[in-house]
Ligand binder design. Structure first.
Ligand SMILES: CC(C)[C@H](C(=O)O)[C@@H](O)C(=O)O
Ligand code: SF4
Length: 472
C-alpha cells in the first residue's frame, strides 16, 4: 500500500514512539516573531538552558511593526516585545531580520522567500498561519508559547499524529477565480471545523496548476478550516521556485536534494482517512460577509436567509448584527470604506501584480481609503522595480513598509468601528482589524475592484475583463 507525503514526513521525523502516547518529533526549522517568543526565552533563562539549534531557528519582526515611520514605535507593549526579541536573539545566537534588514517581513512570507522553507521538513512557529509553509511539501504548523520553549530547548516536540484528509479540486478554475477563492469556497462549503484533527493534502489539477505563491495562499488558510496543517506534494513548480534562494544548496547538492524531495510526493495508491472531491467549475470569486471565514458567499449571490449545514441561526444573526448587514442582502450592495491588500495570505509579488492590473489607470473611489502593505521588504523592492508602487499611488492607494499591518490590531493600522474593509487577509473575527471593524475577506483582485467602486464588484464584469483575461 502506498503512502501519503504526510505519513512519509512524519515517519522520518519520529525520535521516540510509544503506544497510546504522542510521538516525539524532530523539528527541522523553527521560525519565531516578537509576540509569542518572549516568555519562551524567559523560561530558558530561568532554567539556565540554551537554544539547542540556533542555526535552525530564524526570527523576524512583523506583528507590531508600524508600516509608516517604522522606527517610531509609540505603543509600549510593542516596543517591549520588539526590544526583547532583539536582546533574546543576540543572547541566544539567533539570526534576526530586524527593521534594518533587507530580509525583514512577515514570517510566513520571508521564510519561503529566503529558501529556508523546503520540502520534507517539519516546521513550527508560535503562529497559527505556519501552515503556509506546507505549500512546499512540508509539515508545518503553529505551536503555543510553552511549545516554543520546548523546541528551543530540545529541537523536538510531542505531537499526536493527525488523521489525513485528501482534498482534491479537479478541472480548471473559471476566469476571475483565484487561489483565495478556492480556499474560501472550501471553508464556506464544509465549515470552519472540517479539518479538525487532520492534516490536509491539497491534490488535483487545480493545485498542480497553481504557482508556489498561490499554493501558499491556500495552505495559509488551512487553519481557518480547523486543520492542523495543510500541504501540497512537491513538484517541478516547487523545485524551480526554491532554486537559487539564499539558504538553498547549489549545484550537485541541490540536484541531490531534488531527487530526495521527489520521493516525498504522495504515492498514487496512498490511502487517506477522509477524502473530499470538488469540481473547479463550482467556484466563483468569493466575499466573506460574516465573522468567521466560513461565512462567505460567491460575489453574485446573496447573504443567506436562515441557517445552513455549517452555520446555525443564532450565529448568523449575531454575525449579521455585528457586520451591520441583513439576511438576503446582495453581496454587491455591501458598502466598502477601506481596502487592505496585505497579510501573509496575499501580500506577495504576484498578489500585488494582480491587484495592480485591476486598478491600472483608474482611481480609488472617493469614499475609500486603500492601502497596500507588501509582505516583505523584498516584495516591496521588487514591486518598486516593476513600477507597481506608481500604479498604486497614482490610483490613490497608500504604499507602505512591510508588516502584518491591518491584518490584526497589534500595530497602528486599523479600521474604525462600524466601517467595512475589503481585506486580502485570512481572519474576519469580531474586532480583528480594530474594535468594531467589519472585515470582508477577498482576493487581491476583488479587493482592488472594491477600491475602485466603493462596494463589491464581480471582477468578471469589469470593463477591462478581456484584458485581465489575457493576463491570467
Ligand atoms: C499573534 C499570533 C500569535 C497570531 C497567530 O497565532 O496566528 C496572529 O499571527 C494571527 O494571525 O492571529
Ligand atoms: S499577517 Fe496576519 S495572519 Fe499573518 S502572521 Fe501576521 S497577523 Fe497573523
Amino acid at each position: 500500500m502506498g503512502k501519503s507525503i504526510i505519513e512519509k514526513i512524519w515517519e522520518q521525523h519520529i525520535v521516540h514512539q510509544e503506544e497510546n502516547k504522542p510521538d516525539l518529533l524532530y523539528i527541522d526549522l523553527h521560525y519565531i516573531h516578537e509576540v509569542t517568543s518572549p516568555q519562551a526565552f524567559e523560561g530558558l533563562r530561568l532554567k539556565g538552558r540554551k537554544v539547542r539549534r540556533p542555526d535552525r531557528t530564524f526570527a523576524t519582526m512583523d506583528h507590531n511593526v508600524p508600516t509608516i515611520n517604522r522606527y517610531f514605535i509609540e505603543d509600549e507593549i510593542a516596543l517591549k516585545q520588539l526590544t526583547a526579541l532583539e536582546t533574546n536573539c543576540r543572547d541566544f545566537g539567533i539570526e534576526l531580520a530586524d527593521l534594518n534588514s533587507p530580509d525583514q517581513g512577515i514570517v510566513h512570507v520571508i521564510g519561503p522567500e529566503m529558501g529556508l522553507t523546503q520540502p520534507g521538513m517539519t516546521i513550527v512557529c508560535g503562529d497559527s498561519h505556519t501552515s503556509t509553509h506546507g505549500a512546499f511539501g512540508s509539515i508545518a504548523f503553529g505551536i503555543g508559547t510553552s511549545e516554543v520553549e520546548h523546541v528551543f530547548a530540545t529541537q523536538t516536540l510531542w505531537q499526536t499524529k493527525p488523521k489525513t484528509l485528501k482534498l482534491e479540486v479537479n478541472g480548471k478554475l473559471r476566469f476571475g477565480v483565484t487561489a483565495k477563492d478556492v480556499i474560501l469556497y472550501v471553508i464556506a462549503k464544509y465549515g470552519v471545523n472540517f479539518g479538525n484533527g487532520y492534516i490536509v493534502e491539497y491534490c488535483g489539477e487545480v493545485f498542480r496548476n497553481m504557482s508556489m505563491e498561490e499554493r501558499m495562499t491556500v495552505c495559509n488558510m488551512s487553519i481557518e478550516g480547523g486543520a492542523r496543517a495543510g500541504l501540497v506534494s512537491p513538484d517541478e513548480t516547487t523545485f524551480s521556485y526554491i532554486k537559487g534562494r539564499k539558504f538553498v544548496p547549489t549545484g550537485e547538492e541541490f540536484e541531490q536534494s531534488v531527487n530526495q524531495w521527489k520521493l516525498l510526493a504522495s504515492d498514487e495508491d496512498a490511502v487517506y482517512d477522509r477524502e473530499i472531491t470538488i469540481d473547479a467549475e463550482q467556484i466563483s470569486p468569493m466575499v466573506s460577509w460574516g465573522t468567521n471565514p466560513g461565512m462567505a458567499s460567491a460575489v453574485d449571490e446573496n447573504i443567506p436567509v436562515g441557517s445552513s449545514d455549517t452555520i446555525d441561526e443564532k450565529e448568523l444573526q449575531r454575525a449579521l448584527e455585528y457586520m451591520g448587514l441583513t439576511e438576503g442582502m446582495q453581496i454587491t450592495d455591501i458598502p466598502v470604506q477601506h481596502v487592505f491588500i496585505g497579510s501573509c495570505t496575499n501580500s506577495r509579488i504576484e498578489d500585488l501584480r494582480k491587484a495592480a492590473d485591476v486598478i491600472s489607470g483608474k482611481q480609488v473611489h472617493k469614499g475609500v481609503r486603500a492601502m497596500v502593505v507588501p509582505g516583505s521588504q523584498k516584495v516591496k523592492k521588487q514591486a518598486e522595480e516593476e513600477g507597481l508602487d506608481e500604479v498604486f499611488k497614482s490610483a490613490g492607494f497608500e504604499w507602505r513598509d512591510s508588516g502584518c499591518s491591518m491584518c490584526l490590531g497589534m500595530n497602528p493600522d486599523a479600521v474604525p468601528a462600524g466601517e467595512h474593509c475589503a481585506s486580502t487577509s485570512n481572519r474576519n473575527f469580531e474586532g480583528r482589524q480594530g474594535a468594531g471593524a467589519r472585515t470582508h475577506l477577498v482576493s487581491p483582485e476583488m479587493a482592488a475592484a472594491a477600491a475602485l467602486y466603493g462596494k463589491f464588484i464581480d471582477i468578471r464584469n469589469l470593463e477591462n475583463s478581456s484584458e485581465m483575461h489575457q493576463l491570467h
